[in-house]
Design a protein around this ligand. Sequence first.
Ligand code: PGA
Length: 262
Amino acid sequence: MLVIVNETYDTMSAEAARIVADRLRKKPDLVLGLATGSTPLGLYRELIRLHKEEGLDFSKVTTFNLDEYVGLPPEHDQSFHYFMRENLFKHINVDPRFIHIPQGMAKDLSAFCDWYEQRIVDCGGVDIQILGIGVNGHIAFNEPGSSLGSRTRIKTLTGTTRQDNARFFKNLDEVPKYALTMGVGTIMDAKELLLLATNASKAAAVRSAVEGPVTAMCPASIIQMHRNAFVLLDKESAAELTGTYNDTWEHKIFTSGNHPHG
Ligand code: PGA
């Protein structure tokens, strides 16, 4: 696990984009795992800039998103389909046929989840998975208590998560109660993980994830078990860490091939 503490959200986002762009240049048909939420917006803005100004090419990339609400149509402005279209896909040259986002409107949700798992395998597995972290330590919609071996499935959202997301809806009642989400085990199968966190509100969750025990009560703590995980933070989200990080970052990424040697 390579923890990198950045001065600001913007420098964190630029570092994250540098890693993704590096992987994409080395492997044009990269399988890219994507996340929604406010945290990766800076990373997406920077990828868009790299596409527009430096010709970063997404035409052969396959994407898999982590999760989607159940019951929101793709046109709904709070659906993750909408989020991805507005904040990334419509600005880059990704082929729509290669985009995968869980279908929260599928008639048979559990059959869809099985298909999604198989589709990831059939595409060769996720090369690099972008992750946010919830204030309660969730990754994707894997809330505390989620099996650390879980696969893509339907999950009931906790009160905390629904309240966190209520600001995006007219009221709490409108926030969906269920979501489809890759499981913790699905996420762990990615060849590399790139977990991003910003803001003092995430400091306790970051500490539990990075320095706490590995426990289903903080699903993000499973990253400690991943061989190739980056944790990119700004100063505020890193404020509760007690370890020493950062010293050899510049040296590591460009001398150790594809792996942070975690
Ligand atoms: P945020 O959400 O990026 O909007 O803070 C992260 C998450 O809940 O996984």
